[in-house]
Design a binder for this molecule. Structure first.
Ligand SMILES: Nc1ncnc2c1ncn2[C@@H]1O[C@H](COP(=O)(O)OP(=O)(O)OP(=O)(O)O)[C@@H](O)[C@H]1O
Ligand SMILES: [Mg+2]
Length: 412
């Protein structure tokens, strides 16, 4: 038996041996199987299971380069951050993240609970499945992981110690480039514009100095506002769901940043789901009902986040000045403003930048896809340029419905 005391990138057969050596989960005489099931860009995700189905586990290993390209060099520090954040989130938001069984800092892997009984939320949304408990789960997750890691609640010295642990320069740089810089510049190396929206983007995104100024301000806020431990990649591909369970995975982009980064991301990704539904479903009752559920979800995310945030503040705030009358509501207003701006950035970057979302790319009709893109771009601009006025779920939804009805490409 190997001891796995020196790092190498494992293949399926190595992972079986690793699981036997490091975990006490499997019977000695059982027959084990392993498959690499990763579908992301960065890491290798292996599922190991006992033939009779009695036990299984996920082993996620980080390489020195990205899974999709050896030219993309990245340190393995990201799997340390991911494992550590999953364990912290497990305490802060019990039941809402997978259990971590082992973090191995030699092999740079995280062994965690197998969630194969769940489905990735983005896939389920494309299949038009509803999740009535999702709003409750995601808002509890965000309030608990954000407010409880901030200076409002934590001892300030402990918080600063924790910040050190989650300094994440390489993955933050990816976000700084992909979200905050490239979409606002004619970055031909990686931006990928659809032909029907190219001229519009050149004029209204690259060519809008007011928008670019706001993007610049937001970029520097992202880099300096160490408000809370954010997940950093809270899109619909980072949730595993069933009808009654929600698990948040993949926090490798976590760092101390603005709370609105997480809230804005999930809101924007439900807008992608809305645009997909609008484009691909036949008009009728089913479509109306699915759109209505997405709209309730968008409203609920903002409104339940706000009410739970104020309640948690009341119960957990420790800083003496945090108790000042009306400081909590002022603080929440700033978080919602950031959430609007960041939702806007996410809406724009997923249309212009390199990392697209399936909700939009899978719309096969070119005109319908161009219309969906244009809705995302115009709503995104409104969120960024008028961020101050987005203070309720209704405000967010109204902007979406307004831009969707005005949309010039409609019926092309
Ligand atoms: N705990 C788990 N249980 C079952 N399947 C999982 C689990 N974690 C990850 N997976 C599967 O592996 C896929 C990739 O996982 P994950 O998103 O964590 O990897 P990644 O390399 O960080 O991807 P990305 O490039 O999107 O960041 C998921 O979409 C899911 O299908
Ligand atoms: Mg990831």
């Amino acid at each position: 038996m190997r001891e796995f005391d020196a790092y190498f990138l494992m293949e399926e057969k190595d992972v079986i041996e690793y699981a036997r050596e490091k975990l006490s989960l499997f019977q000695d005489d059982s027959s084990l199987h392993c498959k690499e099931i990763g579908d992301g860009n960065l890491n290798y995700v292996f599922r190991v299971w006992e033939e009779d189905g009695s036990a299984s586990v996920i082993i996620k290993q980080a390489g020195h380069t990205a899974r999709i390209s050896d030219e993309f060099k990245l340190s393995t520090n990201r799997i340390r951050i991911e494992s550590s954040v999953l364990m912290l989130h497990h305490k802060l938001a019990p039941g809402l993240v997978p259990d971590v069984i082992l973090y191995d800092d030699v092999m740079n892997c995280c062994v965690m609970e197998d969630l194969s009984s769940h489905q990735i939320l983005r896939t389920a949304l494309l299949d038009k499945v509803k999740f009535p408990l999702f709003v409750d789960h995601v808002t509890t997750f965000m309030v608990n992981t954000l407010l409880l890691t901030s200076d409002v609640v934590m001892d300030h010295k402990e918080k600063k110690e924790r910040m050190k642990n989650y300094i994440n320069p390489e993955l933050c740089e990816i976000t700084e480039d992909l979200v905050y810089s490239e979409p606002f510049n004619d970055y031909k190396v990686r931006n990928d514009l659809s032909s029907l929206n190219k001229a519009w983007i050149e004029e209204n995104i690259y060519g809008d100095p007011k928008l670019r100024l706001e993007a610049a301000k937001l970029k520097f806020s992202f880099m300096t506002n160490a408000q809370a431990l954010v997940h950093g990649d809270l899109h619909t591909g980072s949730f595993f769901v069933t009808k009654d369970s929600t698990k948040v995975i993949d926090p490798e982009f976590a760092f101390y940043g603005p709370m609105g980064y997480d809230v804005g991301n999930i809101l924007a990704n439900f807008i992608f789901a809305w645009c997909n539904t609008d484009a691909v479903m036949e008009d009728g009752e089913e479509k109306a009902s699915y759109l209505a559920w997405i709209e309730e979800t968008i409203e609920g995310i903002v409104d339940q986040f706000s009410s739970k945030f104020l309640e948690a503040w009341e119960n957990h705030a420790t800083d003496i000045m945090a108790g000042e009358k009306a400081f909590d509501t002022w603080y929440l207003r700033t978080v919602l403003k950031d959430s609007a701006s960041i939702a806007g950035l996410e809406l724009i970057r997923r249309i212009i930048g390199i990392a697209k979302v399936k909700d939009i790319t899978s719309i096969t009709n070119e005109n319908d896809r161009a219309r969906a893109e244009r809705i995302c771009l115009t709503v995104g601009k409104t969120f960024i340029l008028e961020a101050d006025r987005f203070q309720s779920g209704h405000d967010f939804l109204k902007a979406l419905k307004n831009e969707a009805s005005l949309e010039v490409l409609k019926g092309d």
